[in-house]
Design a protein around this ligand. Structure first.
Ligand SMILES: [Zn+2]
Ligand SMILES: [Zn+2]
Length: 298
């Protein structure tokens, strides 16, 4: 079992995912209350007692809200860079078991290699992650998951980092028109969200997905949708042209309030890679929503 990956939930209101390998069980971000995280783990047959560590991207509440409650589980190691750890710890009474990494420097935890890279976002030192496991040979194929949420634009360095992952979680935060026309949001907040250190629009996410034709992705999740300024249908409309042009990977939208089923790597070998046009059709059919699949797919 090289990798099993499941988004427990993702939207501008909270983000958390579960990543399992042969020797590691970790959470990526902890943006729900600890009680909710424990419930979500139990709903998929896991327990917080079986989790080894939490990897934190940045200090915003939709990524760290659970850390206060999770401090009651002292076996959990919490990985973050120094600025993020400091920003979180000052708000907590109990000291977490921090494991500090340097942004831009790869490190290992058990059988995982973690590549934390800087993202343009209005936090102290926000990062995206690529998690890799496996030796790259026939018996232990190399598998990688990318987690790229909360960024105002896509620097070339980020595109390079995520080009080779098998599973990509990518922000598709807002529809630009819904954001522009939102009556309750002040102009300054709209500027912050749409600025170069804010959040990615559907259009920018689409440009990344379409503009990286040589990527090795098998599954792309569009996530961190805004509850006010985006809908699953708006994301679908933005990506309709991508599907018409054909995709070699599965594209799924994570609706606010939903998680995803487990995605397992490596996948069974297929006899022959489909042509781009065929793969587009397969993507549409394979992802038809079912009761077992809470993620909305296109
Ligand atoms: Zn943020
Ligand atoms: Zn966020």
């Amino acid at each position: 079992m090289p990798i099993r990956f499941k988004i427990l939930g993702s939207s501008s209101a909270g983000n958390c995912a579960l990543l399992q390998t042969e020797n590691s069980r970790v959470l990526v971000d902890a943006g729900f209350s600890a009680r909710r995280i424990c419930e979500m783990l139990e709903a998929c047959g896991e327990s917080i007692d079986g989790i080894d560590a939490v990897f934190i991207t940045h200090e915003h509440g939709d990524h760290v809200a659970g850390l206060r409650g999770l401090s009651r589980h002292p076996h959990l190691k919490v990985f973050a860079n120094a600025f993020t750890a400091e920003a979180v710890q000052t708000r907590l009474k109990t000291r977490l078991d921090w494991r500090i990494f340097q942004t831009g420097q790869r490190f290992t935890f058990r059988d995982l290699e973690i590549d934390p890279f800087a993202l343009p976002h209005d936090a102290h030192d926000p990062v995206g992650f690529v998690f890799t496991t496996g030796g790259g040979d026939l018996f232990q194929p190399r598998s990688a998951v990318g987690w790229v949420l909360d960024l105002g634009y896509i620097p070339e360095m980020v595109r390079e980092r995520i080009r080779g992952v098998d599973v990509l979680v990518m922000e598709a935060n807002h529809d630009s028109d819904l954001l522009k026309n939102h009556v309750k949001r002040p102009w300054s907040l709209k500027q912050r969200i749409s600025g170069r250190h804010g959040h990615l629009s559907n259009e920018s996410a689409r440009e990344l997905i379409e503009g990286t034709p040589d990527a090795g992705w098998k599954q792309v999740y569009l996530a961190h949708l805004s509850g006010d300024c985006n809908t699953v249908d708006h994301v679908k409309r933005s990506f309709a042209r991508s599907l018409n042009n054909g995709l070699s990977h599965t594209l799924s939208i994570v609706a606010p309030g939903d998680g995803t089923p487990f995605f397992e790597l490596p996948q069974p070998a297929s006899p022959a890679p489909p042509s781009p046009q065929e793969s587009s059709v397969i993507t549409t059919l394979k992802n038809r929503r079912s009761s077992a699949d809470p993620g909305s797919s296109i």
